[in-house]
Design a protein around this ligand. Structure first.
Ligand code: PHE
Length: 343
């Protein structure tokens, strides 16, 4: 029996494998109920008492050695599996949860939504229209003269060299569509992307965004326009904001004006953002030219209206002190992440 034990001890010492299944087979062959070692324990029972002590010790040593061997191999294989397959198969449940970055809104969207909501609260309805427009909606209906320079290739992107189809240069084209399709009273704002053929720099881009507003009813006056613009400035830039209107010219409004807001940075004292003037220009506006109303089928002897239009990039610049227009279009994560707490 001692020979048998020694023989098995050698087998145990020499056994080595990289296979989990072979290690398990080995355990069954030696240590299971009907395994070789278990059978030796059965034989042990019928040994004469004087041999029992020594053989008993040998048997226990053998059993211990076999158990240790199997456990060592299995532990090594387990570690190797974890290393090669990563923690997916054996996740460490005690690890703190992985941090997920939630996306953030683009600054242009944040400001557009704020502008929309200010006007929606006072009864303006959002209207949208196509980015590819025909000449009539973008220019002719809006009283642009045939030879107006904005119709030039240098200012406008034409689609497939067709002089009648272009990328809209302002969202006033959407308001033409609204006037054609609805009866006054009309109270609408048109946010959207517009295109102009400009060289790209920190201060100009060929794509930008606007929100334009239109209000048409009986007896609408310039005072109504002023009141609404003042309300917008105070809602957007703060109650202490002031506005001023300077005479200007647009083909589709008469009279026309540019609106300045008191500089939100220096509160009108003068700084390098407002170039020392205390004012920054933020939009164009005016009373809708009667020709435009007539072009869109609205009786200009009964109705009058006002319109205004602002560039979202410019207002976003003032809000977040972004001094390069190109940043809005490059989608650099380092830039966008700075807006994750805004909404
Ligand atoms: N459409 C003008 C522009 O794009 C802005 C504007 C709108 C001016 C309405 C006056 C009235 O610059």
């Amino acid at each position: 029996m001692t020979d048998k034990i020694n023989e098995l001890l050698k087998v145990v010492e020499q056994f080595q494998t990289d296979s989990w299944d072979e290690a398990e087979e080995f355990r069954i062959r030696l240590l299971s109920k009907k395994g070789q070692i278990s059978l030796l324990f059965n034989d042990f029972k019928s040994l004469p008492p004087d041999e029992k002590r020594e053989v008993g010790q040998q048997l226990n040593t053998l059993k211990e050695a076999a158990l240790q061997k199997v456990n060592q191999i299995k532990q090594r294989l387990e570690e190797e599996i974890i290393k090669s397959q990563g923690s997916d198969k054996y996740p460490d449940l005690s690890l703190p949860a992985e941090f997920h970055h939630t996306g953030s809104r683009h600054p242009i969207s944040i400001v557009r939504n704020q502008i929309n909501s200010i006007f929606e609260k006072i009864g303006f309805v959002i209207s949208e229209g196509p980015e590819i427009e025909d000449d009539w909606h973008n220019f002719s209906a809006l009283n642009f003269a045939d030879e107006h320079p904005a119709r030039d290739m240098q200012d406008t992107f034409f689609v497939e060299k067709n002089p009648d189809i272009a990328l809209r240069t302002h969202t006033s084209s959407v308001q033409v569509r609204v006037m054609k399709n609805q009866k006054p009273p009309i109270r609408t704002i048109s946010p959207g992307r517009v295109f102009r053929n400009e060289a790209i720099s920190a201060r100009a881009h060929c794509i930008f965004h606007q929100v334009e507003g239109l209000y048409i009813d009986k007896d609408v006056s310039f005072a109504d326009l002023k009141h609404v613009l003042n309300h917008f400035a105070q809602e957007f830039f703060g109650k202490e904001s002031r506005i001023r209107l300077r005479p200007s010219y647009f083909p589709f409004t008469e009279p026309s004006a540019e609106m300045d807001v008191s500089c939100p940075f220096c509160k009108g004292k003068g700084c390098n953002i407002c170039k020392g003037t205390g004012w920054v220009e933020i939009m164009g506006c005016g009373m809708v030219d009667p020709n435009v109303l007539e072009n869109c089928g609205i009786d200009s002897t009964v109705y009058s209206g006002y319109a205004f239009g602002m560039g979202i990039e410019r207002i976003t610049m003032l809000k977040y002190m972004v001094n390069d227009l190109r940043l809005y279009f490059e989608n650099d994560m380092r830039f966008l992440k700075q807006f994750s707490s805004a909404h």
